[in-house]
Write a protein that binds this ligand. Structure first.
Ligand SMILES: [Fe+2]
Length: 379
């Protein structure tokens, strides 16, 4: 749940009709069966009208777990495919898949994830998120949340670069950030006003041939439709795609070092997403401003370095990913604590995914892996 939105035309009472000769087709769009957050969508056409169905195969990422810390440089990944077929899964398990997306071409095809909520982090570029709920411009630094089942297309994806987090469990605003009325509390790093939603523009699309790629994890089911999938006259409710730009997130700082939960942005049953932002360092006169050694005995810690100066981390550059696995200690590399003393701020931006299940590493990620990362603590 984010907040209530109502756009376009609909009967004044749900599950009723307004004009018998011009019936709108009502769809309940929601998660957790009929118990989760939902919206009511009013189609001009019957949304179940599909001319043809075919299956298209998907490549198995070949996830296998690693027992040592890992560094992967994603700047080695070349542009390929469109926003649907160009996803490159690097880390994942049954619950969450983390991919890099750098498409080389645009497409008129539409996409719907049948299995997973998506969180699209825009690393570079700007364009348009066009969906059944309406259109929403996106820009660098946006998190775009797409609930499973949303039909959409990404305009100008071929000029952009994305990090993708795809989750079987609902991705949401952390429960501890909400008061008992569902409103974002005071003291949380962002507020409802910072969240953008798509604007519906009712258009008369021509009959034609439209393809919707539905992702079932191991394959696509491709629907051929003779009516444009964006056919809503109106919608209302609490369940819809939205965007939050990281420049609107206000980092929490402290007199001494603050642990990762203060950087939490989104949560799910199986992981949390945190955002490390440019911020003032801890202001105790003898503060050690960087992280202490830590044992993540219950989590695997994924970190995507988005922008800033990562010189303090050996081998890390823009687009690098580190995975620090459970069961092994990690923390500052030799010399970095000494170098950090007296520093007053950082300009680094990074996206963290803390997974409660072990994260596997794909065949592609293994190919891109920097071989000597474990040795950076033995110098
Ligand atoms: Fe860590």
């Amino acid at each position: 749940m984010v907040y209530y939105v109502k756009q376009g035309r609909m009967p004044p009472t749900r599950h009723t009709y307004e004009n018998r000769r011009k019936l709108l087709r009502e769809e309940l769009f929601g998660e957790e069966s009929f118990d989760g957050s939902y919206s009511l969508l009013y189609h001009r056409n019957e949304p179940t009208r599909i001319k043809e169905i075919r299956e298209v195969g998907k490549k198995d990422p070949g996830f296998g777990v690693r027992d040592v810390h890992t560094l992967v440089n994603t700047d080695l990944i070349r542009r390929e495919g469109d926003f649907i077929t160009g996803r490159k899964p690097l880390f994942g398990n049954d619950r969450v898949i983390i991919s890099i997306l750098k498409p080389s071409k645009g497409t008129n095809n539409f996409f719907r994830h049948g299995m997973r909520d998506q969180l699209i982090f825009v690393h570079h570029g700007d364009g348009s998120f066009r969906s059944i709920f309406g259109e929403m411009p996106f820009k660098s630094g946006d998190y775009i949340y797409v609930p499973k089942g949303s039909v959409y297309n990404l305009g100008n994806a071929e000029e952009s670069e994305f990090l993708l987090i795809e989750s079987r469990d609902n991705i949401c605003i952390p429960q501890r950030y909400l008061n008992r009325y569902g409103q974002i509390k005071e003291g949380v790093p962002y507020y409802s006003r910072d969240i953008r939603h798509p604007k519906l523009r009712v258009e008369n699309h021509r009959k034609g041939e439209y393809f919707v790629y539905v992702d079932f994890d191991d394959r696509y089911v491709v629907e051929t439709r003779d009516e444009h999938p964006f056919d809503l006259e109106g919608w209302d409710g609490y369940h819809f795609p939205f965007a939050l730009n990281i420049s609107q997130i206000m980092p929490i700082v402290g007199k001494i070092h603050q642990p990762p939960p203060v950087h939490e942005t989104f949560s799910s049953k199986s992981f949390m997403v945190g955002t490390f932002l440019p911020r003032k360092y801890d202001f105790h006169e003898r503060a050690i401003p960087i992280s202490y050694y830590h044992s993540n005995v219950d989590t695997d810690e994924f970190l995507y370095y988005s922008s800033g100066n990562f010189m303090s981390r050996k081998g890390v550059r823009e687009g690098s990913i580190t995975l620090h696995v459970r069961g092994m200690l990690h923390g500052p590399q030799p010399g970095t604590v000494e170098n950090a003393l007296g520093k007053s701020e950082t300009n680094e931006t990074a996206v963290m995914v803390e997974s409660y299940e072990r994260l596997g590493m794909s065949v592609l990620a293994k190919r891109l892996e920097s071989k000597d990362y474990m040795k950076t603590w033995y110098a």
